[in-house]
Design a protein around this ligand. Structure first.
Ligand SMILES: Cc1cc2nc3c(=O)[nH]c(=O)nc-3n(C[C@H](O)[C@H](O)[C@H](O)COP(=O)(O)OP(=O)(O)OC[C@H]3O[C@@H](n4cnc5c(N)ncnc54)[C@H](O)[C@@H]3O)c2cc1C
Length: 571
């Protein structure tokens, strides 16, 4: 078995994993990045459309700086956030983040006079070259920075299990090279999981192929506490057809260089969301649009799978084309954004919840295991926040490293994982392919744990997932049993993570007996700040799990009401 030794193993090559690696390198600590896809070219980070300005950079007024904080706490996390962490993060983004990116060579889009172009409004954004495509140059830059620093990467290698030392501490990972089918063990003193949160657990999702909730499933198996898994975010304006365009967004928030943005129109041709009228200057983005859509669905004028439309036909296309990519789908389809609208649908976007961490160090409840970025349950996503996590986790790991005794890996973990993966490769039941089972899991989640849910739909989702676990998984059949570039084998590995994660999400959804922002329960329609302004923590026990409710402090921003119908709450 090939074994690589280092100080710190980082799993994931998105914004969080890359920045953790750069920061550890700066501190003189050796690390290796293991990535299921390519470093800087996989996961959610490449999709970041724009970069939200924090604090008073680039002419932000004190009011805009405060608005950004309020946006993060209220509209982006529905108060399920450590506000002290949010403040630390905002201060770092203001003082370090943009300067570091510009020093490293990221180009923020400028106008003819050389001024950085921003979106107008209560909170402002900039773009790396064009809005809609900022994540690509951003992550290309990170990839180059890692290469320049000589940080070793092991790419197209799926981490399939966490490995423990003889002392019980998590000290390494088991990986499988997707291209050669060869296993690899990467051993260190600590492991940072940075596998993101845009998982493909629903029929429609912004997550990419490799995002099968691996980090969540592996952390849970290792015994880490989880929280707020039910807080799933949704895009309301993604292209309905074809399925491969499902994360292509008709951007409904103010765009660079214009106060206007996409409007939404129902099946009857009636406009039901126009940023300028309904949410001037985009103080609160996706949840506000989602609630507008829910009303249309309830009135029979749209469905979550389509039947409503979005576009820019109330704008001059020059405004759309100047600094954004948002006209592109229209042109590719031979449509005219000045006249035509595109059919849109909901997609599961990213998950607010995840693995519970100490926000000062990014330590989980499992010794040796750290989490950074979207996989953590302390904040909903934005690429700046994931980057801040990279910095924080590097500090957390570094502070502990000097006190960690050396210990060998427990061979039994390695043998057990080798056996498990080989058995999966040989799956020859009389059932369906792993890909078909993945789709079944996504269908169960879309139908039972979609935008609107209740105890009844969630119980149905659980029953469907249980059937998949009991009947479909043991009967799974692989047509391709080779080792080399066997994506069917990879699907078979993914499927086990997906079903574990999907069940956990549904259990968490049943436990939160309220509605809050994008979490909409028809049987508990109120946002309940008396009982549920709290983390919904899942703790693993000998025979399953138990829930704990841990209230959030509200030192800077408060909701201002006890209970209210979620559909009447602005955020
Ligand atoms: C469509 C879309 C639009 C967005 N728009 C914006 C925006 O405009 N502005 C903004 O600030 N943010 C935006 N975001 C959010 C932002 O992109 C994320 O918050 C952030 O990039 C998350 O970074 P991350 O490093 O935690 O995870 P990711 O970037 O998702 O990285 C995860 C990494 O883990 C790897 N991985 C997964 N499983 C394994 C495994 N088993 N073994 C090894 N490696 C593994 C993946 O290959 C990937 O490299 C958007 C996200 C999406 C999906």
């Amino acid at each position: 078995m090939k074994t690589v030794k280092t100080d710190v193993v980082i799993v994931g090559g998105g914004a969080a994993g890359c920045f953790a690696a750069l920061e550890l390198h700066r501190k003189g600590i050796a690390c290796v990045v293991v990535c299921k896809g390519l470093v800087g070219k996989s996961g959610a980070s490449i999709f970041a459309g724009n970069l939200v300005l924090s604090g008073q950079v680039l002419g932000n007024t004190p009011e805009q700086a405060r608005n950004t904080g309020e946006f993060l706490v209220k509209y982006h996390n529905q108060f399920l956030i450590d506000q002290h962490w949010a403040r630390r993060c905002g201060a770092w983004v203001e003082s370090e983040y943009y300067a570091e990116l510009e020093r490293a060579g990221l180009y923020f889009r400028r106008d003819a006079e050389g001024n950085v172009v921003t979106s107008p409004g209560k909170i402002r954004s900039v773009a790396a070259n064009v809005q809609g495509n900022s994540g690509v140059p951003f992550m290309d830059l990170r990839r180059k920075q890692l290469a320049r620093a000589g940080i070793p990467t092991i790419e197209e290698t799926a981490v399939t299990a966490l490995l423990h030392g003889r002392d019980g501490r998590v000290r390494g990972v088991f990986g499988l090279s997707v291209l050669t089918g060869e296993p690899i063990v990467v051993q260190g003193q600590s492991v940072i999981l940075a596998t993101g949160y845009s998982d493909r657990l629903h029929s429609r999702s912004t997550g990419t192929r490799e995002m099968s909730a691996d980090g969540l499933a592996m952390a849970w198996r290792a015994g880490a506490d989880l929280l707020n898994l039910e807080m799933q975010w949704w895009h309301t304006n993604d292209v309905a057809h074809p399925p491969s365009w499902e994360r292509m967004q008709i951007y409904p928030n103010p765009i660079l260089g214009s106060p206007k943005s996409a409007r939404m129109v129902n099946a009857a041709g009636e406009e039901f969301f126009n940023q300028q009228d309904d949410d001037p200057m985009a103080f609160g983005p996706y949840t506000v649009q989602l609630k507008a859509l829910v009303k249309q669905v309830r009135a029979g004028k749209a469905s979550y799978s389509g039947g409503y439309f979005a576009g820019f036909n109330h704008m001059n296309p020059a405004e759309v084309n100047a600094y954004t990519t948002y006209g592109k789908p229209y042109y590719q389809l031979g449509l005219d954004p000045a006249k035509d609208l595109l059919e849109t649908a909901v997609t599961a976007h990213y998950r607010q919840g995840g693995v519970r961490v100490d926000t000062a160090t990014m330590k989980t409840s499992v010794p040796g295991l750290f989490v950074a970025g979207g996989l953590g349950g302390h904040s909903n996503g934005l690429i700046a926040l994931a980057t801040f996590d990279g910095k924080t986790v590097a500090e957390g790991v570094a502070d502990e490293l000097g006190f960690v005794a050396v210990a060998d890996l427990n061979d039994r973990d390695i043998q057990a994982e080798t056996y498990r993966l080989e058995k999966l490769r040989q799956s020859d039941g009389d059932g369906e392919s792993p890909f078909a089972i993945k789709e079944k899991i996504r269908g169960a989640m879309w139908n039972g744990a979609g935008v609107e849910k209740s105890a009844a739909t969630l119980e149905e989702a659980l029953a469907n997932l249980r059937r998949i676990r009991e009947f479909d998984l043991p009967a799974m059949r692989l047509k391709n049993r080779t080792k080399i570039a066997n994506y069917e084998w990879l699907d078979a590995i993914d499927v086990h993570n997906m079903i574990d994660a999907a069940e956990l999400v549904v259990h968490s959804s049943l436990e939160r007996r309220e509605s809050r922002g994008p979490f909409i329960r028809t049987d508990f329609p109120d946002t309940d700040n008396l009982d549920w302004l709290a983390a919904n923590v899942m703790v693993k026990t000998e025979n399953g799990f138990r829930f704990e409710r841990v209230p959030y402090e509200t030192p800077y921003f408060q909701p201002g009401f006890d209970r209210r119908d979620n559909m009447l709450v602005a955020w």
